[in-house]
Design a protein around this ligand. Structure first.
Ligand code: PMP
Length: 449
């Protein structure tokens, strides 16, 4: 796209950087470098920035924006709530929302609301510890559960005693973490590897309160559980009195209103939802779970607090999102997935045409592309990661936003015209990417990424 300009966005961002650290709201901005664009308008799946560039939004605010940018039913519901509902602790939306979540989510006997995925994951771990009287939790390589000290990144140096430590580099390692917090609280294991998990449970099951995972590994690159794995983990948890937690912050409502637990037919003890359950316009998270665990809140044995928990605008957003997605038995999500599949196929063909290896893998509502000959089963290695990043940046400069970690997030307003928009631009993006990748692999220099 030779008309691509960034003058206004760059100027604005340069000014902003004086006040907003780094000129961005978080460390995982959509692209690593170069393509800072300040968006001023959105419609359906399209966005326009300050310079007038038009984009197809397959970033969707890190997956949260499931309804499209101008869903009138959603906007009306939020406006109506602001017009009519007082700002209170308890209003009259709770029952409808809880009933709807309970209807669709198998593990949701009871629930509590919050604002972010990070905070609800921490609440899930606390209630699991209280329920079992044990301390540690198990998590898995490549899975992301928020930015809290005890659960972010980490590296295992000793496979016999797989406690994670901060490696001191990479995007999810951070200075300032409480000392030893990861090693004291958790084990970090390879996912989809039942033998290793069984081994750890056999040796340390007495101290393991919870196993937490993304039931479909979206953040690690679009990897599905191997057949039978989730069922075996479920049995292991029951056998060792371990609370099984599904982090459905992404999969919740993207893969269907019942989440990954319905799609895959395995019910966890607790599950955390956020992002698109409230349509993406306002922040809400929900911890759902089995009655016997969630009752610890009722008995006041476990603290869960938060000034804005269950705020009425957020509840109105969840209610209308479920109603919109649930209309016509969830047909809109099916249509979204089939258009997304069209985009994936187009991308694979375009890559083949320019001689780049490319796979798209995972559930179509939250798949990832990888510049690799074959699907990845772990997380992308450094070379694949570098090539993915080049592609992502070239997609952005050609008017297509995807996410860091190469996820492609469609929304239900996606049209055939959007698929055609993608098709018209992906070829040149990949051609440019191919040139850069060839140059980088020759020079072994990664600075241009
Ligand atoms: N869990 C998963 C699976 C996520 O993808 C994220 C956010 N990307 C989180 C938890 C954390 O959610 P939040 O950013 O709302 O704190």
């Amino acid at each position: 796209m030779d008309t691509y300009k960034q003058d206004k966005s760059t100027q604005y961002n340069d000014m902003l950087k004086g006040f907003l650290a780094g000129g961005v709201h978080h460390n995982f901005y959509r692209t690593e470098k170069d393509f800072i664009s300040h968006i001023v308008r959105g419609k359906g799946s399209r966005l326009w920035d300050m310079d007038g560039n038009e984009y197809l939004d397959l970033y969707a605010r890190a997956g949260a924006m499931i309804l499209g940018h101008d869903n009138q039913e959603y906007i009306d519901a939020l406006k109506n709530c602001l017009d009519c509902t007082p700002i209170v602790d308890l209003g009259d939306l709770e029952y409808d929302v809880c009933r709807l979540i309970n209807k669709y989510i198998p593990c949701a006997d009871m629930m509590r609301f919050g604002l972010s995925g990070t905070e609800m994951v921490q609440n899930a771990l606390r209630v699991a510890r209280a329920y079992t009287g044990k301390n540690r939790f198990v998590r898995f390589e490549g899975h992301y559960h928020g930015h809290a000290d005890n659960i972010l990144g980490g590296w295992v140096y000793n496979r016999d005693y797989p406690v994670p430590e901060d490696r001191g580099d990479g995007v999810v390692n951070t200075k300032g973490r409480a000392r030893n917090i990861m090693a004291e609280q958790s084990f970090l294991l390879p996912w989809n590897d039942m033998e290793t998990l069984e081994n750890i449970a056999r040796r340390y099951g007495d101290d393991i309160a919870a196993i937490i995972m993304e039931p479909i590994l979206v953040n690690g690159g679009g990897i599905l559980p191997v057949p039978g794995y989730l069922e075996q983990v479920r049995d292991l948890c029951t056998g060792y009195n371990i609370v099984l937690i599904f982090d459905e912050v992404i999969t919740g409502f993207r893969v269907g209103l019942g989440g990954a637990q319905t799609l895959l037919g395995v019910t966890p003890d607790l599950a955390v939802f956020s992002k698109c359950i409230a349509g993406g316009g306002v922040p809400v998270s929900v911890l759902t779970g089995k009655r016997e665990v969630m009752q610890l809140y009722e008995k006041k044995e476990v603290v869960h607090a938060g000034t804005f928990n269950g705020y009425q605008l957020g509840l109105a957003a969840i209610k209308t999102t479920i109603e919109i997605l649930g209309a016509d038995e969830g047909k809109c999500l099916e249509v979204m997935c089939s258009r997304a599949a069209g985009i994936h196929q187009t991308m694979i063909e375009a890559a083949r045409a320019v001689g780049l290896p490319l796979v798209v893998q995972g559930h179509p509502s939250c798949a990832s592309f990888h510049c690799s000959e074959r699907p990845i089963t772990d997380h992308p290695d450094d070379d694949v990661y570098m090539r993915n990043t080049v592609i992502r940046n070239r997609l952005a400069s050609n008017g297509i936003f995807t996410t860091s970690l190469s996820k492609i997030y469609p929304n239900i307003s996606i049209t055939d015209d959007d698929v055609a928009f993608f098709k018209a631009r992906v070829g040149s993006a990949l051609e440019e990417a191919k040139m850069i990748i060839t140059r980088l692999s020759r020079k072994s220099v990664k600075s241009e990424v």
